[in-house]
Design a protein around this ligand. Structure first.
Ligand code: SAM
Length: 211
């Protein structure tokens, strides 16, 4: 797959309003075709979500870029991702120099993506489990990004956010969500910015959807 196609995707994201140069640089470097099934490779650089098997999807590049931009990732910042999926979002965060922790609840997908991380040299901490409970062992996190739609904001994720940290999470019905960008201003004080209309597969877990 040519570099030119990735460059064209970067240009498109920039035209659509993504302005964080570190996000754009990472999108320009991560080979999205390595994160999609062979049959989907021709479409890897279109700005669309694609099926990755296990009834799951790799998110649309614009959504990945937008959410990552909202996280305001700094180099070496500790970031928790809920919903490893294909591994693409984690790879973007890794390329940006973040210290990445990622959780996936689908065991087969988790093992598949772990192998891909090894193969591509993407050094992140990954775990199989229910991400709605966060990852207390490594908390607090300067950023938490949830890549599946949730009925509400899981309390544990708010608890595990560092002061000044940001939680980016789609919240709404199963069919459509708004993106919540929550900043932990102090221990018990959060501010929330709500951005309309995104669409994600459901976040399933103790503090998510039942199934
Ligand atoms: N970040 C992914 C990527 O870059 O490909 C997108 C993944 S997909 C849109 C959402 C993922 O969240 C699915 O793989 C799904 O199995 C996972 N998921 C859903 N509920 C979860 C939970 N409670 N904990 C961890 N992962 C969960």
């Amino acid at each position: 797959m040519s570099r030119t196609e990735r460059e064209a995707l970067v240009d498109l994201l920039s035209e659509k309003g993504i302005h964080d140069i570190f996000v754009l640089k990472a999108v320009g470097e991560v080979e999205r075709e390595k994160f999609v099934p062979a049959l989907m490779r021709l479409n890897a650089y279109r700005d669309i979500a694609l099926p990755i098997g296990y009834e799951q999807t790799i998110s649309q590049p614009y959504t990945v870029a937008y959410m990552t931009q909202e996280l305001k990732v700094k180099k070496d910042a500790k970031i928790l991702e809920i919903g490893t999926g294909s591994g693409y979002q984690a790879a973007i965060l890794f390329k940006m120099g973040a210290d990445v922790y990622t959780i996936e609840r689908n065991q087969d997908l988790y093992h598949k993506t772990l192998k891909l991380f090894d193969k591509l040299g993407i050094r992140v901490q990954a775990k199989y489990g229910d991400g709605t409970l966060g990852w207390a062992k490594y908390a607090p996190f300067e950023g938490i990004i949830v890549t599946a739609g949730s009925p509400s904001v899981p309390e544990k994720l708010k608890e595990q956010l560092a002061i000044g940290g940001r939680l980016v999470i789609p919240v709404g019905s199963r069919a459509s969500q708004k993106l919540y960008v929550i900043t932990k201003e102090s221990q018990n004080n959060f501010s929330t910015n709500i951005i309309p209309e995104f669409s994600f597969v459901p976040l399933i877990g103790r503090e998510g959807w039942e199934k």
